[in-house]
Design a protein around this ligand. Structure first.
Ligand code: ITT
Length: 205
């Protein structure tokens, strides 16, 4: 497991998620930006909404209220053109029920394989103020699953920026060069570094 240097001016952020893969991706991206990430497993609010920004926003408000700390929550979904954006905000349910094989079946004989992943990172302070950051990775659904890295739909998604290779065939560092999550997190990091509050500073002393 990689280790990350904590300097006296490293900022700390709490990431409320139950998904270890997401946490590892976030930890690696945010470390590049001198932000240390701590995983918090709070019982998430089960929000049902057609818009992943609303899901991320409401989950972040709920998490910040429960732990009384500044926190980020991230929500993501896979949007497939030929299926009018399905599974989108229902990606978690679809993954748990039919999985990536179910998506490949749904697309049997379909030549339009265009799809994108969308991620929304929502930061919420303990007083309930929320700000959201979005990242999109355009790509295609592969003809069959390839690779065993990552999680979820990674083995069936080929990002347009690295055609012919699925996220499932990439290391965390390589996926982070192209992924929706890394793009949203880098936007968050740019904003967070400008926030002055010393309450977020990690001291190495
Ligand atoms: P949280 O605890 O953070 O909510 P989760 O696994 O429930 O973790 P999401 O609701 O954000 O995550 O994601 C919904 C589903 O979309 C997830 O279960 C995956 O199947 C899929 N997904 C999201 N991001 C993905 C990624 O980067 N690669 C592959 N599949 C992804």
């Amino acid at each position: 497991m990689p280790t990350y240097e904590i300097s006296p001016c490293t900022k700390l952020i709490f990431f409320a998620t139950r998904n270890m893969h997401k946490f590892n991706e976030a930890r690696s991206v945010l470390a590049e930006c001198n932000i240390a990430t701590a995983m918090i497993k709070v019982k998430a609010l089960e929000v049902q909404d057609d818009d992943i920004e609303n899901i991320a926003r409401l989950s972040a408000i709920d998490a910040a209220r429960k732990i009384n700390l500044p926190v980020i929550v991230e929500d993501a979904g896979l949007f497939i053109d030929a299926l009018n954006g399905f599974p989108g905000p229902y990606s978690s349910y679809v993954y748990r029920t039919v999985g990536k094989e179910g998506i490949i079946k749904l697309l049997e004989g379909v030549s339009n394989r265009e799809a994108y992943f969308k991620s929304v990172v929502a930061f919420c302070s303990p007083d309930g103020n929320v700000i959201c950051f979005e990242g999109i990775a355009e790509g295609k659904i592969a003809m069959e699953p390839r690779g065993s890295s990552g999680f979820g739909f990674d083995p069936i998604f080929e990002p347009a920026e690295q055609p012919g290779k699925t996220f499932g065939e990439m290391s965390i560092e390589e996926k982070n060069r192209f992924s929706h999550r890394a793009k949203a997190l880098r936007k968050f990091a740019e904003w967070y570094r400008t926030q002055a509050s010393s309450a977020f500073i990690v001291s190495s002393n």
